[in-house]
Design a protein around this ligand. Structure first.
Ligand code: SF4
Length: 254
């Protein structure tokens, strides 16, 4: 058995054990175990700083504000999103932002005209999101995401703990409903993404996002529903491919 196979089996067993453990716990208890109990090892949050990102970030900030927050800066975001990253980090008291960018070499080779999103969006997401993400997250044992089961058909059966590449992906608010999300945002008076007021209920990269009441505004004229950072197991590219070309800028905020 190879080392990689043994590691994959260990991760799979760990995910199963965590799912059994998390089944009866509240979201706060799950986060306590991860951020304070370190049951999943070195942990970061992966955030798109989209329409509902403030929920998970608030929950994490209240538990452990030094938790690294990884943001994939694709170079295709709305300017409003870039401003919201700093505003939300500051308002929640989060101290450690990890901005992850695609490598200039990859962009020059794969998307020299900057229009790959129109001709091959899967490849564009691979270059601008997947590879940089792998380069950054291989430094952690566990990544928290704000994915919810109600969001798409593909997410309906989503577990709290999953294996992705060489780390665990934990979805602590997987079982939250839209009503619960809305109530939490309102109850805590959380800063909202500025584009929500312009009719965007779900916000990704600018060329691939239209105003919409739900996620239908993402890749609106395509069958694509996931952006390349939430692929499963064997669908993912090798962590040892060209992922190391990602540029990261870990910026503890004063
Ligand atoms: S969401 Fe669109 S612009 Fe952003 S990386 Fe994917 S295809 Fe490219």
């Amino acid at each position: 058995m190879t080392l990689a196979t043994r590691k994959a089996i260990e991760l799979s067993e760990k995910a199963a054990a965590l799912n059994a453990r998390f089944e009866t716990l509240s979201t706060g208890q799950i986060l306590d175990q991860i951020l304070h109990g370190r049951v999943a090892g070195r942990t970061a949050v992966l955030s798109s700083f989209g329409a509902e990102a403030a929920v998970l970030l608030k929950l994490v900030a209240d538990k452990e504000p030094t938790t690294p927050v990884v943001f994939l800066e694709t170079r295709k975001h709305f300017p409003e999103t870039l401003g919201y990253v700093d505003d939300l980090m500051d308002s929640l008291g989060l101290t450690t932002l990890v901005r992850v960018r695609p490598s200039p070499g990859q962009i020059a080779a794969s998307d020299p005209n900057g229009d790959l999103n129109a001709t091959d969006p899967d490849r564009c997401c691979y270059v601008r999101k997947t590879l940089p993400m792998i380069g950054a997250l291989k430094n952690y044992d566990c990544v928290l995401t704000g994915r919810k089961r109600f969001q798409t058909d593909d997410r309906k059966g989503m577990d709290f703990a999953e294996v992705q590449q060489t780390w665990l992906r934990i979805n602590p608010i997987a079982d939250w409903t839209q009503d619960a999300i809305d109530a939490f945002l309102s109850d805590h008076d959380l800063a909202r993404h500025p584009l929500i007021a312009q009719g965007y209920a779900s916000i990704g990269c600018a060329p691939c996002t239209l105003p919409s009441e739900n996620r239908d505004g993402r890749w609106a004229d395509q069958t694509k529903t996931e952006c390349g950072i939430h692929l499963h197991g064997s669908d993912d590219p090798s962590p040892n491919s060209d992922a190391q070309t990602s540029a990261t800028d870990q910026s503890p905020k004063p």
